[in-house]
Ligand binder design. Structure first.
Ligand code: UT7
Length: 316
């Protein structure tokens, strides 16, 4: 068996905190509805000179520093995102320059929406097996506030900005991620229109359809990862679920019959940060000591595509 271990994490959030009360001043909503239907109290939005690349860079730098790994040791750099600064070049290419990664580093962005970070972990695991250098940066970064229609209360209250980074190492005796990835193509349920449509690039979501998909996909994917790894769910130390809606998480916790104390999240403070959601939470768990060396985190993302992805990640 060979695979990857998590060496260190990093994160970056924009300075500006946007509360539910702030949003209630610009759109017909209220704190009570948002908290009770989603669990979100506030989220961060980029302002001034803050950029997607800036957030990803700060998170990646922190992960490198904490891991004690030099840029020259990185073989793969993947940014999972749907809201990068440029269609091209990829955010990962901007990081190559700013971090000083070697020119033969495999650098690209990955669009699997809210499943993107977990997709990225699996892709990094596969690529590192063939790479000359055995460390990868996998970053999930989003500036979703740029993709919001602030007259649409059904979406603009949900999403936030931020970036989380994971530094991983591949080893011949390291455990496999036992990744489970999937897709059920559906452009109607959740989309951001591209150039061809002539429509503004705002997030459009049929919330109830996505909710029904999520409450099926999240527990099913978590169980499949544990089955693939050959361990009972009780042996998982932490569950790092995509922070889309507290009600979806509560449903999954009940269905899986896992300890709710192992499933704590940060949605109240971050909102839904799509591809950044899982790595931001992972970073909180690692830095707080809630995920300790040798422990396993079962990460699950789900969202536009419709996609899902789960992986069992061990902290070195
Ligand atoms: O990360 C990608 C994956 N995304 C998800 O997993 C999101 C999944 N979906 C959801 O989390 C939920 O469907 C939402 C949070 C988006 C919506 O919650 P809901 O309980 O499904 O609400 P709803 O869309 O059925 O709307 C219920 C009512 C409607 O009013 P009427 O028609 O009953 O009078 C909406 O107009 O709530 C109203 N509403 C709001 N009211 C106040 C919708 N948004 C708001 C709002 N403030 N922000």
């Amino acid at each position: 068996m060979n695979g990857i271990k998590l060496i260190s994490t990093g994160s970056a959030l924009p300075e500006r905190v946007v509360t539910n009360h702030d949003l209630a001043k610009i759109v017909d909503t209220n704190d009570e509805w948002i908290v009770s239907r989603t669990g979100i109290s506030s989220r961060r939005h980029c302002s001034g000179g803050e950029t997607h690349a800036g957030l990803c860079l700060a998170a990646a730098r922190q992960a490198l520093e904490r891991g004690g790994i030099a840029p020259e040791q990185i073989g793969v750099c993947i940014v999972a995102t749907v809201s990068q600064d440029y269609f091209t070049p990829a955010a990962a290419c901007l990081l190559q320059k700013e971090l000083g990664l070697p020119e033969d580093t495999v650098c690209f962005d990955l669009n699997a929406a809210c499943s993107g970070f977990v997709y990225g972990l699996h892709v990094a695991e596969c690529l590192l097996a063939a790479a000359p250098r055995k460390y990868a940066l996998v970053i999930g970064g989003e500036v979703l506030s740029r993709l919001m229609d602030f007259t649409d209360r059904s979406t603009c209250v949900l999403f936030g900005d931020g970036a989380g980074a994971a530094l991983v190492e591949w080893g011949e005796r390291f455990p496999s991620l036992h990744a489970v990835l999937g897709c059920r193509g559906n452009a109607e349920a959740l989309n951001v229109p591209g150039i061809r449509t002539g429509l503004p690039s705002y997030v459009h979501m049929d919330g109830q359809t996505v909710f029904r998909f999520a409450v099926e996909a999240l527990p099913h994917c978590a169980k499949e990862v544990a089955d693939k790894a050959g361990i009972p769910l009780e042996q998982v130390d932490r569950f790092v679920f995509h922070q889309a809606n507290q009600r979806i998480i509560d449903f999954a916790v009940k269905k899986l019959k896992v300890d709710p104390a192992k499933c704590t999240g940060n949605i109240a403070r971050t909102g839904n940060t799509s591809a950044a959601s899982v790595p931001l939470l992972l970073d909180e768990l690692v830095t707080s000591g809630a995920l300790a060396s040798g422990q396993k985190a079962l990460c699950v993302g789900f969202g536009a595509g419709l996609t899902w992805g789960g992986a069992l990640l061990e902290l070195a």
